[in-house]
Design a protein around this ligand. Structure first.
Ligand code: 8YV
Length: 327
């Protein structure tokens, strides 16, 4: 008999076919997220669950007593209750590597849009407001090439951003990270920096940190106060790593030049959020990994992790904190 699994979002047919070879599966095919009561019924007797950033709590696990694996279709696994999963012996996997380049591309989209005011002027031109009376200096933005980029968090995605910055835009790249990366320093000519000097000298400050207990509101008033007044803040990791109230205040008070944001404390962002009214803020609906190819690769990787576990193998991408369950 094949192991039973549940897939909590629509996935490409090819990925579904792969799962079908090994598992007895059910799938949520609607575009809107699956309601929790429906999900709880579906997981009552399955061994595997594949989900997009599904919130996995202790109560959830208690209602899924046969569950062996939660295969997250995302790299960030902040929605996992790691302690509860460890206690219940439920593996958690994620989808690293396959989205790194796409997120790095988007980070540069934000850097360029915020500094050269691309979305602001796009709206102006399309709104029929480009006319000869506008003085030339009104269009001035900030240079990206040869500027200083400060990256906070030098993981897999941080590295891809650093490569683009150093080799493509010839930027000076500073980074702050729990671990120093001498190989990357050598390879791309990037420099490790303590946090405060990085904040004080960077023209762009880019956050690339995972969300966990030690990074929640890691970036707040004190950090914005240290940034240069012509510096731009970029976040395409998790909204809750930043104290959004402090970000709004920093922008309102002109403490920083602008921001490029793919993520927010609450998503979808509240329609009344003041950030949406600011011309010097570029906002996106959390699309870092949203290309057809990358989302396909994420779904396939999540499927491989799921199948490996329910067929008695060790999945490739068990999250760091749960690796103890497979050693
Ligand atoms: C989203 C991401 O999760 O992988 C992550 O951690 O933030 C994104 O790739 C993805 O949009 C969820 O489907």
């Amino acid at each position: 008999m094949k192991p039973k699994v549940f897939i909590a979002k629509p996935i490409p047919k090819e990925v579904e076919n792969y799962i079908a070879q090994y598992c007895d599966y059910k799938i949520w095919k609607n575009q809107e997220p699956i309601p929790m009561d429906v999900l709880l019924k579906e997981v009552a007797d399955v061994e595997g669950l594949m989900t997009p950033k599904g919130i996995i709590t202790r109560e959830f696990l208690e209602k899924a007593p046969r569950l062996k694996i939660v295969s997250n279709i995302a790299v960030g696994y902040d929605a996992f209750d790691i302690h509860a999963m460890k206690e219940q012996g439920v593996l958690g996997t994620h989808t690293p590597y396959v989205l790194d380049e796409s997120v790095a591309d988007l980070a540069f989209g934000l850097i360029l849009s915020a500094s050269r005011r691309i979305t602001e002027f796009n709206n102006m031109v399309k709104g029929g407001k480009w006319d000869k009376s506008i003085r030339e200096t009104y269009f001035y933005g900030q240079d990206v090439h040869h500027a200083t980029l400060g990256i906070i968090g030098m993981g897999r995605i941080g590295e891809k951003i650093a490569r683009r910055a150093a080799l493509g835009f010839e930027m000076k790249v500073l980074y702050n990270s729990i671990r120093r990366k001498p190989v990357l320093e050598e390879k791309y000519g990037i420099h490790y920096s303590e946090l405060n000097p990085l904040l004080e000298s960077a023209d762009f400050v880019l956050l690339m940190l995972p969300l966990n207990n030690s990074t929640y509101h890691f970036f707040g008033e004190e950090q914005f106060n240290r940034m240069k007044s012509n510096a731009i803040f970029i976040n395409c990791s998790r909204g809750q790593v930043v104290d959004e109230t402090a970000l709004i205040a920093a922008l309102k008070e002109g403490k920083i030049y602008g921001a490029g944001l793919d993520v927010f404390e609450v998503e979808p962002v509240d329609k009344e959020n003041p950030l949406l009214k600011m011309d010097n803020v570029v906002v996106l609906p959390h699309i870092g990994s949203a290309t057809e190819q990358t989302r396909f690769d994420m779904a396939m990787k999540a499927a491989e992790n799921l199948v490996a576990c329910v067929t008695g193998r060790v999945p490739e991408n068990v999250v760091q904190e749960l690796k103890c369950l497979v050693k």
